[in-house]
Design a protein around this ligand. Structure first.
Ligand code: MF3
Ligand code: CO
Ligand code: CO
Length: 305
C-alpha cells in the first residue's frame, strides 16, 4: 500500500531516504580535446557565452541539434552502463569525454564558465553541477549524469539518474517519478500555450508525493547557445514566464525534485549545488523541439531502430 505522505513532517519527508554526506574529492588533470574538433565560442573568452539566435529553429538546425543530442544521449547510455560500486566519478567523466570526442564533438561543459570537467556527476543530495572527482560510488548511492555535446555549431543537452548497486525504495520512487514529471512536462509543451504550463504540470505531479520542486535552476533554450536566455521553470511560475511556446522552438526540460527542502547551498568549488537539508534529489533532462503534439525529444541515441 502507498505511504501517507500527508501526515509526515518536513523532516520525516526528508528522511524518506538516507540523507547525504557527500564531500569534495580530488580532481584529475585536465582532459584534452583534439585541435581538429570545433570549440563553442565561450572557449575563446572569459565570462558567459555571446550568442544571438532565435529559440525557434529551422528544420536544418533541428537536424543538427538531433545529431549533437544523439551523441550526448549515447555518451550518457555508455556512462550509465559503467555505474557500479567502486567506480569514481572521474572514471565516468573519462568514459563520457572519450566517447564524445570519438564522435568528433566537443563536451560542452569542459571550460564552460570555468567548469573543469566534461560531465556533471551529482550524487545523492547534490542537486546539479557536481564535479567528477576521485570519490568512488557506493552501494545504495544515486547519481545524476548530465552530458552536453557540441557539434556542427549546436549543443544537445541531456541527463539521467543511475542507481549504484542496490538502492532503497524511496530513492527508486523519487527517480521514477522525476522521470515521469519530465515526460509530463514534455507532453504539455504545445504551441500556443505559455512556457509556464510546463512547470504547472510538473509541480502538480510532484506535489502528490510532497516532493520539493527546485526553482533556482531551470530548463533553457539550447542550440547555437548552450543556454540561450529563454528560461523554462519547473514550478508553477504564472503569471511570470508567459512566453508563448512556438512551433519549432528548442529548449530543455530538466526538473530537479527533492525529498525535502528546495533550499540549497553551493560548495566552495563555486559549482556543486546541494540540498540544504542533505535530502536526496533527482533530475532528468531532454532537449526537445516543439511540434503540434507537444515536445519531440532530440536527445535519443541515434541508432535506436
Ligand atoms: N548541462 C547543464 C544543464 O543542464 C549545465 C551544466 S553547466 C556546467 O543546463 F558548467 F556545470 F557544466
Ligand atoms: Co540543460
Ligand atoms: Co544538462
Amino acid at each position: 500500500m502507498s505511504i501517507s505522505y500527508a501526515s509526515m513532517s518536513e523532516s520525516e519527508l526528508a528522511d524518506r531516504a538516507p540523507r547525504g554526506n557527500t564531500r569534495p574529492g580530488r580532481l584529475s588533470d585536465e582532459r584534452t580535446v583534439p585541435p581538429s574538433i570545433e570549440r563553442p565560442e565561450y572557449m575563446f573568452h572569459d565570462g558567459p557565452e555571446i550568442v544571438t539566435a532565435s529559440d525557434v529553429k529551422s528544420p536544418q538546425t533541428v537536424k543538427k541539434i538531433r545529431e549533437a543530442g544523439g551523441i550526448a544521449a549515447e555518451a550518457l547510455e555508455l556512462v550509465g552502463k559503467h555505474v557500479k560500486p567502486g567506480i569514481t566519478t572521474d572514471q565516468l567523466d573519462k568514459i563520457g569525454h572519450d566517447y564524445i570526442v570519438s564522435q568528433g564533438a566537443y563536451p560542452s561543459c569542459l571550460g564552460y564558465m570555468g567548469f573543469p570537467k566534461s560531465l556533471c556527476t551529482s550524487v545523492n543530495e547534490i542537486i546539479c553541477h557536481g564535479i567528477p572527482d576521485d570519490r568512488p560510488l557506493e552501494n545504495g548511492d544515486i547519481v545524476n549524469i548530465d552530458i552536453t555535446a557540441y557539434k556542427d555549431g549546436v549543443h544537445g543537452d541531456t541527463c539521467a539518474m543511475f542507481e549504484v548497486g542496490s538502492v532503497d525504495e524511496e530513492s527508486r520512487l523519487l527517480i521514477d517519478r522525476t522521470y515521469e514529471a519530465m515526460m509530463r512536462g514534455i507532453k504539455a509543451a504545445k504551441p500556443g500555450r505559455k512556457i509556464n504550463i510546463i512547470g504547472r504540470v510538473i509541480e502538480a505531479y510532484a506535489r502528490r508525493f510532497r516532493y520539493g520542486v527546485v526553482r533556482d535552476y531551470t530548463g533553457h533554450g539550447v542550440g547555437e547557445a548552450f543556454h540561450s536566455g529563454l528560461i523554462v521553470p519547473h514550478y508553477d511560475s504564472a503569471p511570470l514566464y508567459d512566453d508563448e511556446i512556438e512551433l519549432g522552438m528548442v529548449f530543455t526540460i530538466e526538473p530537479m525534485l527533492t525529498l525535502g527542502t528546495i533550499d540549497w547551498v553551493q560548495w566552495d568549488d563555486n559549482w556543486t549545488v546541494a540540498t540544504a537539508d542533505k535530502s536526496r534529489t533527482a533530475q532528468f533532462e531532454h532537449t526537445i523541439v516543439i511540434t503540434e503534439n507537444g515536445g519531440e525529444i532530440l536527445t535519443l541515441p541515434r541508432n535506436d531502430a
